[in-house]
Design a binder for this molecule. Structure first.
Ligand code: HEC
Ligand code: HEC
Length: 203
């Protein structure tokens, strides 16, 4: 009993709460996100489909992407390169904590493409060797933070399709063990468009 109380007091002293992850502070991250909101939205739900939604994405994945944009060898984007240039490691951790703590809003799927998209997402394409996306990104699209598989659900289809093409063309090469390049290399344009639509509608 006494020990429990002591631990609780110790945690309160350190300021542990839901907004504070191991290394990032969401409150500090919110202030630092002022320069990101024009594109990614006030709460990380980017209104325009040219920009990815960040709300609800896993913190460690977000931090990895920011660090990758900064090094710019395996993930290159001229816009993001400029945005991360001045960020410290702590800034990235805080920004990751802030966006991870936001609630992702569902997107809209083109109903005409959902059937093929769902088949790919859940079962892959056995003939061409595309694996099922849900094997790594989970049936709901929430991903798996422990295994470093990002959340995909509700993402703008235009952004998802661009990432798949970038992996296929080896323009984006920051996937450990070529996990995504090996997947995308086997996908047709029609499959990329359809699975991106299905993902946009996942909640
Ligand atoms: C001028 C618009 C713009 C601003 C401002 C901006 N971004 Fe971005 N961001 C983009 C674009 C475009 C992409 C997609 C790049 C690509 O196609 O790979 C992106 C991608 C990202 C990604 C990768 C998302 C994923 O799912 O892999 C993260 C993380 C990110 N931005 C964080 C930030 C943060 C943090 C800031 C502020 C410090 C910021 N961005 C400011 C345009 C912007
Ligand atoms: C073997 C596991 C695995 C499978 C199967 C897999 N993925 Fe991935 N995926 C990953 C990993 C790991 C990453 C993160 C790469 C990184 O660290 O930047 C990723 C990243 C992505 C991204 C980039 C997300 C973003 O926010 O930029 C998209 C889009 C994606 N996967 C879509 C798919 C689709 C669609 C399928 C099925 C056709 C699929 N994945 C199958 C492991 C997998």
């Amino acid at each position: 009993m006494k020990t429990k109380l002591l631990i609780a007091a110790f945690c309160a002293l350190l300021g542990f709460n839901a907004a504070v992850t191991a290394a990032g502070n969401a409150t500090a991250g919110k202030n630092k996100a002022a320069m990101c909101m024009g594109c990614h939205g006030a709460d990380g739900n980017a209104p325009a489909d040219a920009f990815p939604k960040l709300a609800g994405q896993h913190a460690a994945y977000l931090v990895k992407q920011l660090a990758d944009f900064k090094v710019a060898t395996h993930r290159n984007d001229p816009t993001m390169l400029g945005m991360v240039a001045a960020l410290s490691d702590q800034d990235m951790q805080d920004l990751g904590a802030f966006y991870a703590a936001q609630t992702g809003k569902p997107g809209m799927a083109d109903e005409k493409q959902v059937e093929l998209g769902k088949a790919i997402y859940r079962g892959g394409n056995i003939a061409s060797g595309v694996p099922a996306c849900m094997g790594c990104h989970s049936p709901s699209g929430a991903g798996n933070p422990g295994a470093k598989f990002p959340s995909l659900k509700g993402q703008h289809a235009k952004y998802t399709a661009k990432q798949l093409r970038d992996f296929r063309d080896s323009k984006r090469t920051n996937d450990a063990g070529k996990m995504m390049r090996n997947v995308a290399a086997r996908m047709s344009n029609a499959e990329i468009e359809a699975v991106s639509q299905f993902i946009a509608g996942l909640k």
